[in-house]
Design a protein around this ligand. Structure first.
Ligand SMILES: Nc1nc2c(ncn2[C@@H]2O[C@@H]3COP(=O)(O)O[C@H]4[C@@H](O)[C@H](n5cnc6c(=O)[nH]c(N)nc65)O[C@@H]4COP(=O)(O)O[C@H]3[C@H]2O)c(=O)[nH]1
Length: 757
């Protein structure tokens, strides 16, 4: 509708402009017509004056001639000549001189007016716009008058100043006889005819002009009325398009210009689609975007201090709140417990159920934690599944109980979406002021304590102890030294034989890493492997081990040793590397070893941490012909369904079940179950940590396939291992030559079993 109004408005505006032009044209025509009337009248008047001048000059000449004839007064004769000279253009024409000559002749005889140009009367007549026919009449009259001047001149010649009375009387008769009168009449007749014609012609043109003026006036009036009507229409349309008066509109725009989006702009009903309506809508939008901007700013302010997922304070805000809490506690002489809480196995939830569920778990966890906090305690989310809680007034006596409450709250049954989850957390506690007065230090120490809690089985809490600090310092020291040691002679591999129970032959070797540091001395793998895993160094370190072990296997094969399987430990971080299968293939290719000579050992925990990913990686390695074994089997929580899917060939029974197998029926039962299950799944078994003959006998009884342990040999340097294998081979051959089982011969006397390398 507004568009229609605007179009109508434009159309009417153009129409109005056109009509205005028409109005002006009509007005101009009217004025022009009126001027034409005036001009015609002026011309008539001027022409009449000129014709009158001709007649009057003739009369004046007659008077002068008669007066001179009667009186002989020379002045009359002079006047006569002057009139004639002016009429013929020989003397200057006095300014404003028309027909009256007498008023130019005052008593003193001086001319009263200034002189103008000398122009003959006929020339003036010609210039006055008189038609040729009319001019011919005046010329005829002028010619008659000129002829009469001949009679007059003759009469005046007779009446010289000293002429006698009879001569003068004769001269006067010449100027009054019938001939003279006839001549005079010849002058007047054409003038009369001229005046008649002039009258008729002028009347006609005046009539014409009047007629035109009437038309023009009517057109002008009509255009005026129409213009006013159109103007009113245009104004109405303008008002409709604007939707309000110009003043109201101006006020509305001025308000918006000032940034006032709050005061509403009123719109008359039905005028929503007008300029005022649009302004009102724009104001509403601006007001709403203003409100959105304010809300966004508020949100930004909120996000600067709070975690949007849980509504808890973020680390920025925690700094402020912690400083406040420590300052208050410092003044009051009270303790503050800083609890560092980390969900156990949260990564599994995220990986298995997705990040959306993970977020829901974190939100639920935050809700539970908040419910446990006193009003002046502080709850923060540092990021991920890490939370920090500041408990005011909680010292060494109270903090453990509070931590226990929090752990219980976390462990309460939890249903997120369709999942029933068992949540647990590990908490590290650092106390203000005992463990530090600075937030940074307390956080670091609580973090250490939390890691200790994780290390010791999770779902628990630990108070910070200085020993932890020593442990972490040692870990840092080891990591730094290990980084230096990478690729140097400090690192060596040793190889522990793996013996087939049924033949007593060495069928494989497990590669084990050794580190001798020039200052730290021999560092145990149980110490430096976790440090390497923690720091990520295990990835390059593991790659180095893999290449060294594969190279050694190839060297032994080239040296003529019987086929052996080289077992290499894979850490969790290595196993998670997306390029692991490619790396393994590359190393085998470059070192020239058949893939089935390599066996990668993966702990049960690592495999079950992300079973989906493990299946994928194992499939890829299996396709490349590489063998896989599960290390430390029995200590984790393998799901049988996954075990079925894993492309493995061997289970390595953990040494904790072997240690007491001779005396402990439970261990015997476990080992029997593992062996039987492995057979069921088509897997072989190897027992580690076999040290005694009794253990060996029990394992043979249970049907275990292979043995690894000090009973046969400690891990050996490469050349010692080679010697071991050759010696064992010779012993086995000798035994078979004697017809005695190699097992019977060798089991009682392990070879190279004396020194740990
Ligand atoms: N008490 C006893 N122990 C025996 C016996 N036979 C062998 N052992 C020890 O048991 C460990 C077997 O290795 P693991 O279970 O893979 O456990 C290994 C493995 O998890 C890790 N590790 C060692 N080398 C590497 C490596 O190159 N890469 C990775 N990722 N981990 C390694 O360090 C752990 C400890 O290695 P080591 O100290 O070499 O300890 C070795 C070995 O010396 C025995 O009869 N009695």
């Amino acid at each position: 509708m507004a568009t229609t109004d605007a179009t109508g408005f434009a159309r009417y505006a153009w129409l109005t402009a056109g009509l205005s032009l028409l109005f002006c044209a009509a007005f101009t025509l009217y004025v022009w017509s009126e001027k034409r009337i005036d001009r015609a009248n002026d011309l008539r008047h001027e022409s009449e004056l000129l014709s009158e001048e001709l007649r009057q000059s003739s009369d004046d000449l007659t008077h002068m001639a008669r007066s001179y004839a009667a009186t002989g007064e020379p002045a009359f004769r002079r006047h006569y000549d002057t009139i004639l000279a002016i009429r013929d253009g020989r003397a200057p024409r006095p300014l404003d001189y028309h027909i009256i000559y007498w008023d130019l002749v005052p008593a003193d005889g001086h001319a009263p007016r200034a002189d103008g140009p000398a122009v003959p009367l006929l020339t003036l007549m010609r210039q006055a716009g008189i038609t040729p026919a009319e001019l011919a009449l005046l010329a005829q009259s002028k010619a008659s008058s000129d002829r009469l001047t001949g009679i007059e001149q003759s009469a005046m010649a007779l009446a010289a100043p000293h002429a006698d009375a009879a001569v003068r009387a004769q001269a006067s008769r010449m100027l009054n006889d019938a001939t003279y009168h006839q001549a005079k009449a010849d002058i007047m007749r054409p003038i009369m005819q001229f005046q008649l014609r002039l009258e008729q012609r002028t009347d006609a043109s005046v009539r014409d002009a009047k007629q035109r003026a009437v038309w023009a006036r009517h057109a002008f009036l009509l255009a005026g009325v129409l213009l006013v009507t159109l103007l009113l229409r245009v104004l109405w349309l303008l008002r409709t398009t604007l939707g309000a008066s110009v003043t109201t509109l101006h006020a509305s725009i001025a308000r918006l210009g000032r940034g006032d989006f709050v005061t509403p702009i009123t719109v008359e009903p039905g005028r929503e689609n007008s300029v005022q309506g649009w302004l009102a809508a724009t104001r509403a939008k601006l007001a709403s975007s203003d409100a959105s901007r304010a809300a966004a700013e508020e949100q930004v302010r909120y996000l600067a201090h709070f975690d949007p997922l849980t509504g808890l304070a973020n680390s920025n805000q925690m700094q402020l709140l912690a400083r406040q809490a420590f300052a208050d506690a410092g003044r009051a002489g009270q303790p503050v417990a800083l609890l560092f809480l980390d969900l156990d196995n949260f990564k599994d939830i995220n990986d298995a159920l997705g990040h959306g569920t993970g977020d829901a778990v974190l939100a639920e966890l935050a809700r539970r934690l908040r419910a446990q906090l006193a009003h002046d305690d502080v709850g923060c989310r540092l990021g991920g599944d890490e939370f920090v809680l500041l408990l005011r007034g909680a010292g060494r006596a109270e903090a453990p109980a509070r931590a226990q409450q929090l752990l219980a709250a976390v462990a309460a049954p939890c249903r997120i979406e369709q999942y029933d989850l068992n949540l647990s957390a590990s908490i590290g506690i650092a106390l203000y002021p005992d463990d530090g007065t600075e937030l940074e230090l307390l956080l670091q120490r609580a973090d250490m304590a939390m890691y200790s809690a994780k290390h010791e089985g999770r779902n628990g809490y630990r108070l910070f102890a200085p020993a932890m600090q020593a442990h972490f310092t040692r870990q840092l020291q080891l990591v730094a030294a290990l980084r230096q040691a990478l690729g140097s002679a400090q690192l060596q591999l040793v190889y522990q034989p793996q013996v087939a129970l049924h033949s007593g032959a060495v069928v494989g070797a497990e590669a084990l890493l050794r580190w001798r540091h020039p200052e730290l001395g021999e560092v145990a793998p149980d110490e430096f492997i976790p440090a390497a895993e923690h720091s990520g160094l295990i990835v390059p370190l593991g790659a180095w081990v893999l290449r060294q072990a594969v190279r050694q296997a190839r060297t032994w094969r080239d040296a003529g040793l019987p086929p052996l399987t080289m077992a290499v430990n894979l850490s969790a971080a290595q196993f998670r590397q997306p390029g692991l299968p490619e790396l393994v293939s590359q190393v085998l290719r470059e070192e020239g070893l058949a893939p089935d000579c390599l066996e990668l050992e993966l702990t049960e925990g690592v495999a079950m941490h992300d079973p989906h990913g493990a299946v994928h990686t194992m499939n890829s390695l299996h396709e490349r012909g590489v063998r896989m074994a599960i290390d430390d089997f029995g200590t984790g929580f393998s799901s049988l369904s996954y075990l079925k899917q894993f492309k493995i060939c061997k289970l390595k029974i953990d040494r904790s079940f072997v240690r007491d197998i001779g005396d402990n029926p439970e261990d015997q039962a476990i080992v029997a179950a593992i062996v039987s299950m492995a057979r069921g799944l088509g897997l072989s078994t190897i027992s580690e940590g076999v040290e005694t003959e009794q253990q060996l006998a029990m394992l043979r009884e249970q049907g275990c396939d292979e043995i690894q342990g000090y009973y046969y040999s400690r891990p050996l340097a490469a050349d010692a291992f080679e010697a071991f294998v050759r010696a064992r081979l010779a012993a086995v051959r000798l035994a078979s030559d004697d017809g005695v089982s190699a097992n019977n011969r060798t089991q009682a006397r392990p070879i190279f079993g004396s020194a740990r390398v």
